[in-house]
Design a protein around this ligand. Structure first.
Ligand code: GUN
Length: 292
């Protein structure tokens, strides 16, 4: 079994990005600048956004964190977005999800300038991705493609089963892996909560992408020998023995499934760190595009 080490791979990518940034700086070109908006005080969301800002510093990017209170109105948030859209200093920005219930998420995502939408969530960018046109591929599916690529996991002609149809992960992942691209050309089955006989389907999979958000859902008796497992799940499960009072659990029963797998991502340290590296990659791309 080979561990798909997202922590190490993301560190490699960040090193490559840092090198490019130092070249930009030595040529007196613009330094990439990422902004992030977060609304409210959700602990997990704050942790993610802070990790993104910290990663910017590490690779030499500029970063701006905009923290808005839980009771921010939709109009106020739209106003912040309008400011970032025209700010010449900002190459790309994200609005951390989920948003409070009183804010219409789709309306917010549609207000972001597609050229600054480094999350790749704007319908224009989702459409381009679906047509295999150059665009920002959102960080999680992009990170999974990169991880499979760097470990030379063959996808062409393989049976890939994606579990979960979210707009952020499952749906784009199924589209990308079926496309004619370096990591792609797979026969993809997208499964979800209404899928019948899931086990029959997963038992035929060469590669499984688990992105449904149920801790330890995928068990050893659901997979065949030598399967490749990508575990996107990351749920905080209460654990009094841990310093922070919780541990992070993926969608895969790691111990038993890893005994049958040829490749598998750990949680934490698998897909998670890759998403940040790919967000940085998209921001660098946005900066280079704006200045070319
Ligand atoms: N919430 C969970 N994942 C993401 C992400 O990739 N981007 C944003 N903006 N919010 C998220």
């Amino acid at each position: 079994m080979i561990l798909l080490d997202g922590k190490k791979t993301s560190a490699d990518i960040k090193e490559e990005i840092a090198l490019e940034v130092s070249e930009l700086k030595s040529n007196e070109k613009k330094t990439p600048h990422l902004a992030a908006i977060i609304v409210g005080n959700d602990g997990a969301s704050l942790t993610y956004v802070n990790a993104k800002v910290k990663a910017c510093e590490r690779v030499g990017f500029e970063s701006t964190l905009i923290r808005l209170s839980e009771d921010t109105t939709e109009e106020e948030l739209l106003n912040e977005i309008a400011i970032l859209n025209v700010d010449k200093e900002i190459d790309g920005f994200i609005v951390q999800l989920p948003l409070p219930d009183h804010i219409d998420e789709q309306k917010i995502l549609m207000a972001i300038d597609p050229d600054k939408d480094v999350d790749g969530f704007h319908p224009t960018n989702v459409g381009k991705m679906a047509l295999n046109l150059p665009t920002f591929i959102s960080a999680t599916p992009f990170g999974i493609l990169e991880l499979l690529d760097r470990y030379n996991v063959e996808t062409s002609g393989k049976n890939v089963v994606v579990i979960g149809r979210s707009h952020i992960v499952g749906s784009p992942m199924s589209i990308l892996l079926a496309q004619k691209r370096k990591v792609g050309n797979a026969t993809v089955t997208l499964t979800h909560s209404r899928t019948k006989n899931l086990k029959e389907i997963t038992l035929k999979a060469d590669i499984i992408i688990a992105a449904l958000g149920i801790p330890e859902f995928l068990k050893a008796d659901m997979v065949k020998e030598d399967v490749t497992i990508i575990d996107v799940g990351i749920t905080r499960v209460a654990d009094a023995s841990k310093k922070r009072g919780f541990r992070l659990v993926g969608d895969v029963a790691f111990k038993e499934v890893s005994e049958k797998a040829s490749f598998i991502t750990p949680v934490p340290g698998g897909v998670g760190p890759m998403t940040i590296a790919m967000l940085l990659k998209n921001t660098l791309l946005a900066c280079n595009r704006r200045n070319s």
